[in-house]
Design a protein around this ligand. Structure first.
Ligand code: FAD
Length: 393
């Protein structure tokens, strides 16, 4: 067991911090702040993910890139994580005839991003946090009301319906795109908030392993760009692929029968049918509902010295830039660095965070929106340039 490092004299006061949400960003924030010696109480709505079944249809894997890796390195977990990740060196584009074209991310240094499992990543973060005596877990605790200025919170156990009260010096909302913490901030004068849903939803399918091996070349992010819609696939450690179909809701609704679906795939993703398997395609497609995609901006991310938002709670974005989690992890790095300044009061720390973070976070939200068009459309029209890049790779 380890306790937070207070030996560098940088922490003037040990804070009692409540982190709401024990997802990827909440558990990463717990580690960054716990490492500094603060008393961390993590409250998570759901049961402990380490004991839970995988939630079907909820982005099983994610791409980890530089921003996320820096935050992992700072808590000593980068190497461990990369061992569980699969490098992807570029996009592999599938055309209508099933031909594949490789588009490298970086033909000079051969940089890559990694496909990592959401559950594995969350488990590693929680297992590491659990080793700190000053990090305390509270699962099955849904924040239902709060008076942040007084540092008072009320939680409900979703299984027993019991109510629990708690207090904290600082409350950090890492409770995702539909953040209860953020909702509580909406009536604060000067707090700006906007959200937009896009007309497209997503649905996750699966390409199983083929004779125990990957059914497609695996060091790539596979994309079937089709203009108005697209499909992507990221590799998993167990040699399967998580396939995500992004499409206007209207188009999902038009596919009413197995026949409609197979015909649609036959016209648009013919090479994917044997990979997924017709039977599995039909059963997976009709057992899931397409999910909404939301983009959220707000500012500032804090109120006085009492509340702060991180991750999707602060800046949820559409997933097309693969940066939601990475940007949330970067929030933790930035907050941690500001906290390292020994002469700053906590209210100023939070203010500095809001000031230095919001423009970049808003920019990533916008880039993510732009990359939707890039991925589903431009990758096709720029093919002649891509071919040139390939020749040089
Ligand atoms: P969440 O993961 O939403 O976690 C919030 C946690 O708070 C949850 O555990 C929830 O149970 C808990 N909670 C909610 N309300 C309460 C409450 N009232 N009380 C207590 N707890 C509560 N990002 C990438 O970087 N790379 C990718 O490749 C990528 N791909 C994606 C693909 C898809 C299809 C989608 C939808 C997203 C993708 N993202 C990706 C984005 C990424 O999933 C999010 O940015 C990331 O999960 C944000 O983490 P978070 O901890 O802020 O929020």
């Amino acid at each position: 067991e380890v306790n937070g490092d207070t030996s560098n004299g940088k922490i003037k006061k040990t804070l009692n911090i409540a982190i709401i949400g024990g997802g990827l960003v909440g558990s990463m924030a717990a580690l960054h702040l716990g490492k500094k010696g603060h008393q961390i109480h993590l409250y998570e709505y759901r049961e402990d993910i380490r004991k839970a079944q995988l939630a079907k249809g909820r982005s099983i894997n994610l791409s980890l890139s530089a921003r996320g890796r820096v935050a992992l390195a700072e808590v000593g977990l980068e190497e461990e994580l990369l061992q569980h990740g699969i490098p992807m060196y570029g996009r592999m584009l599938h055309d209508l005839n099933g031909n594949m074209t490789f588009v490298p991310y970086d033909r000079n240094t051969k940089q890559c991003i990694y496909s990592v499992g959401r559950k594995k990543l969350n488990e590693i973060l929680l297992n590491t946090a659990e080793k700190y005596t000053n990090i305390h877990f509270n699962f099955n605790r849904k924040l239902i009301s709060a008076r942040f200025r007084e540092g008072q919170m009320e939680f409900k156990d979703p299984i027993t319906n019991e109510l629990h009260k708690a207090t904290a010096d600082l409350v950090i909302g890492c409770d995702g795109a539909y953040s209860a913490v953020r909702k509580n901030m909406l009536s604060t004068p000067g707090f700006n908030f906007s959200q937009s849903y896009i007309q497209h939803g997503y649905l996750e399918l699966c390409i199983p392993a083929l004779d125990g091996q990957f059914a497609m070349p695996h060091n790539y992010l596979h994309i079937w760009p089709r203009g108005e819609f697209m499909m992507i696939a990221l590799p998993n450690q167990d040699k399967t692929w998580t396939v995500t179909l992004f499409m206007p809701f209207k188009k999902f609704e038009d596919l009413k029968s197995a026949c409609d679906l197979v015909q649609f795939f036959d016209e648009n993703f013919p090479d994917a049918i044997p990979l997924i398997g017709e039977k599995r395609l039909i059963s997976d497609f009709f057992s899931l509902k397409p999910q909404h995609l939301i983009s959220i901006k707000c500012y500032p991310y804090h109120i006085s010295s009492k509340v702060l938002l991180l991750g999707d709670a602060a800046h949820a974005m559409v997933p097309f830039y693969g940066q939601g989690m990475n940007a949330g992890f970067e929030d933790c790095t930035i907050l941690s660095r500001i906290l390292d300044n020994p002469n700053v009061q906590i209210a100023d720390v939070l203010k500095s965070f809001s000031e230095c973070r919001h423009q970049d976070a808003h920019a990533i939200c916008d880039l993510a929106m732009y990359n939707y068009i890039e991925m589903r459309d431009l990758v096709r029209t720029r093919k002649f340039r891509i071919r040139k890049a390939l020749d040089e790779f």
